[in-house]
Design a binder for this molecule. Sequence first.
Ligand code: SPD
Length: 289
Amino acid sequence: MNQSKVWIDEINRESRYGMQGKIVIKMNSLFQEIIILETEKYGNALMLDGCWMTSDKQEKYYHELLVHPALSSLEEITNILIIGGGDGGTARECLKYKDVVNIDLVEIDEEVIKLSKIYLNKIGKGCWEDKRLKIHICDGIKWVKTKKDNYYDVIIIDSSDPAEFSKGLFSKAFYEECKRILKKKGILATQSESPESFEEIHTNILISLKDIFNKSETLYSFVPFYPSGIWSWTFASDTEEGFLKGQNKDTVSIEQDCEIWNLNYQIGAIKMMPNKIYKTLSKKFKNEL
Ligand code: SPD
């Protein structure tokens, strides 16, 4: 059947962020509504519960900035935990580091992985066949509670926006558990929402991470069809050494392979904190920023 194109919008208060295309999949999993839309400009796009997650042709704005600031700054990376990330984009970027031995990808919704393997395979690419990647269909909050102390080098939270089943991933209790299972020099990386369209959630994430870890930095950049376009990623650690300084031996070759991220871009993005966010944080952290 020759299906006609429709507009699908993410509604964020009184704004809409939409794309036009053909619906490839529209279904309800145990957790959420899943839509895959085939568009001309952005390729196949994934929407979960009314929120855009990713698409073939804009995902690098998101995944490269979530992964490389953390991984490029560690000399040794053995074990990585990805919470969420069922489209495979985050795992694909992590697997570029040759020393990575094991990645636990913990995704609550099996359907997201199954559909991504079929319809978003330009994003995950070969990650699904890489033996270093282990898939666990499980709630990330439960997963971290079962792991022993000092286990992961990097924990990456590639979540959707806070919703009934995912809001715990934005809580202080969850970040504390992450810190417990991170190695001493380990880094937590999380998407930290938009300073414009989710300002309160965004500042709460930054405040929680600053309260819990010795160091944290937030990068600001763009994801074309997320609400308001401006997005953020936050990195936190207790390390005293070279935090976000690009010291991994693979950094130069990975920079050459990336479309958006490089160390210069990263330095600029760290300086992009909107002044209103800076002022909010300054009230609490005074001379520590
Ligand atoms: N508003 C959308 C936030 C989604 C962040 N996660 C996207 C998943 C891509 N791997």
